[in-house]
Design a protein around this ligand. Structure first.
Ligand SMILES: Nc1ncnc2c1ncn2[C@@H]1O[C@H](COP(=O)(O)OP(=O)(O)OP(=O)(O)O)[C@@H](O)[C@H]1O
Ligand SMILES: [Mg+2]
Length: 207
């Protein structure tokens, strides 16, 4: 059924996901692959509307389960409308955050635990990334890189929340070692780019 390559990037805010995604796109495009770049939550007009509700600083009363289900709803649309059709057409799909973000932010950050993974199984229906790069950077450092611009509802959470999220990412890295590749994101941009390229070479050899 699935013919393309599904790749996701994960990690705290400011850990360098967007920076490296540009190089990942170049990697595939220069080798003649058709690529689709998308992001979570969103990638569809319905998903973008849901994203606005989730991230709106006015929605401070939002229950964690509501937040989890909104992310999952946006993801279901994203998989159905964008990701699955692109993979079936043999394209390379590069997704800026996916299910792992829900498990880290809502499962660990909001303490909802295992139900987050269950809820998301229905949202993705087997559409799991082939490879996930986890940008490993202490949340304090990521926040430092972003600076003091305007923050959305999740970015505005206190540091203890972001530490729990990070523990969630470390749990995922231990639990899915075949899929998730931890990248030391405290290094320079070029060094990280070179490591990711090496991993991508291996991936396309296997395909
Ligand atoms: N390896 C690096 N070393 C130092 N600074 C970096 C590095 N990678 C990216 N940056 C800078 O850090 C900032 C955040 O990077 P970037 O936007 O790529 O992170 P992100 O993970 O996409 O963040 P967000 O989750 O907020 O989208 C940018 O100003 C970027 O230029
Ligand atoms: Mg980004």
């Amino acid at each position: 059924m699935k013919k393309g390559i599904f790749l996701s990037l994960e990690g705290p805010d400011g850990s360098g996901k967007s920076t490296q995604i540009k190089y990942i796109l170049d990697f595939f495009e220069s080798r003649g692959y058709e690529t689709v770049l998308t992001r979570e939550p969103g990638g569809t007009s319905i998903g973008e509307k849901i994203r606005d509700v989730i991230l709106d600083n006015e929605n401070s009363e939002m229950d964690p389960m509501t937040e989890t289900m909104l992310y999952a709803a946006s993801r279901a649309q994203h998989v159905a409308q964008v990701i699955r059709p692109a993979l079936e057409a043999g394209k390379v799909v590069i997704c800026d955050r996916f299910v792992d973000s829900s498990i880290a932010y809502q499962g660990f950050g909001r303490d909802l635990g295992d139900c987050v993974a269950y809820i998301n199984e229905y949202a993705i229906m087997g559409c799991v990334p082939d490879i996930t790069f986890l940008m490993k950077l202490a949340p304090e450092e990521g926040i430092g890189r972003i600076g003091s611009g305007e923050k959305d509802r999740l970015e505005s959470e206190e540091i203890s929340f972001h530490r729990k999220v990070y523990e969630g990412y470390e749990y995922l890295e231990r639990t899915y070692p075949d899929r998730i590749i931890g990248i030391d994101a405290s290094r320079g941009i070029e060094e990280i780019k070179a490591e990711i390229q090496k991993q991508l070479e291996k991936l396309i050899e296997k395909k």
